[in-house]
Design a protein around this ligand. Structure first.
Ligand SMILES: Cc1ncc(COP(=O)(O)O)c(C=O)c1O
Length: 348
């Protein structure tokens, strides 16, 4: 059995064959460095397309840096895991096609990477999925398979596709390739800010934080990794506090990508091992953070991607040292985004 934590002991997964291919082919995976002589701890930086820029304003409470995965080509970081999963498939599975379930962002990345690698993809999504995200999936040629609005229904539908159509189904909550793919973000953060003290990472099923925490902690156990969930979808928060996986009956939050009713078993074991704390933020905190990022930093970040900034600005997280809030996604319909600007007032 593959032991995911070994990837951090390797010199770098970017030196492996998959890593080389990844960096060769995936435009949004460029390594970005701060400008020479600038201190990340003193300045606010924006990371986009190979350039780091000083932020316009600091947050009133504290200065911190952001890693804007929301500004990547698909508006989301998930191409890393999608590539790793699809690239490593056997030829037969690549020919027949694969199925995965997602709240929208993973589906977009999977459809995009599937088209690029020539693998047919079927994406199981709940009917309440944001139409904006569904459109993106269709644009990249992914087949959408709708299911009822229940987290477990997504996995039941996946199993049906496996039986009825012979598709290879991927459970992204338990797949080590997801950890490897997202681990590349940890490697990038280390390249960009080697003295990083704290990283705040949004959590749904736990794959994103598992990959990042594994890389950062294996390199330096003093780095603090804090997970953030919305109050209305706090399954990992409850599990972390209980020391065992807790399943919640349903989720209710404006963060439409953070809808897991439980963390994955593999992901939770890595979270227990590597994550320092998990905190929750209210939907009001998130709305304020989305408005603040737009008004002060001119950034389009979807609510799920803004929970780290929400935790810092509301004081719910206590970071140590140079701090990074990962802006994990920017896929939000313009009209929906406008609502945040008109109804939420950003605090100073
Ligand atoms: C924008 C965004 N941020 C964070 C996450 C959390 O990812 P994970 O399920 O790996 O915890 C997701 C998952 O879909 C997402 O779309």
């Amino acid at each position: 059995m593959f032991a995911p934590w070994t990837i951090a002991c390797a010199p770098s997964i970017t030196t492996s064959d998959e890593g080389r291919k990844f960096h060769e082919f995936v435009p949004q995976c460029g390594i970005i460095r701060p400008r020479r002589g600038k201190q990340w701890s003193r300045s606010l930086w924006r990371i986009s397309n190979g350039r780091a820029r000083r932020f316009r304003r600091s947050s009133g409470r504290r200065r911190f840096s952001r890693a804007s995965r929301s500004r990547q080509r698909l508006g989301i970081y998930k191409a890393r895991a999608a590539f790793t999963l699809l690239y490593r498939l056997g030829e037969e599975a690549k020919r027949r096609g694969v199925a995965l379930t997602s709240s929208g962002n993973f589906a977009t990345a999977f459809a995009y990477m599937g088209r690029w690698l020539g693998v047919p993809t079927a994406l199981v999504m709940m009917r309440r999925t944001s139409p904006f995200k569904a459109e993106q999936v269709a644009r990249f040629g992914g087949e959408i398979v709708w299911c009822e609005d229940r987290f477990e229904a997504r996995f039941e539908t996946l199993r049906r596709l496996e039986v009825e159509r012979g598709l290879l189904t991927i459970n992204h909550m338990e797949d080590p390739n997801v950890v490897i793919g997202h681990g590349t973000i940890g490697l990038e953060l280390l390249e960009q800010l080697p003295e990083v003290g704290t990283v705040l990472v949004p959590i749904s099923t736990g794959g994103l934080i598992a990959g990042i925490a594994l890389v950062l902690k294996e390199r330096d156990p003093r780095t603090s990794v804090i997970g953030v969930q919305p109050e209305g979808a706090q399954a990992t928060y409850l599990s972390f506090k209980a020391g065992t996986i807790v399943t919640i009956p349903e989720t209710r939050t404006i963060c439409d990508a953070l809808t897991a009713t439980r963390p994955g078993t593999l992901m939770f074991s890595l979270i227990q091992r590597y994550v320092d704390d998990v905190v929750v933020v209210s939907d009001e905190d998130v709305a304020e953070a989305v408005a603040w990022l737009a008004r002060e930093e001119k950034l389009v970040v979807e609510p799920s991607g803004a929970v780290g900034v929400a935790a810092l600005r509301s004081g719910r997280a206590t970071p140590r040292g140079p701090t990074i809030a990962l802006l994990s996604g920017g896929n939000i319909a313009p009209a929906h985004f406008a609502q945040f600007l008109t109804t939420s007032s950003a605090r100073a």
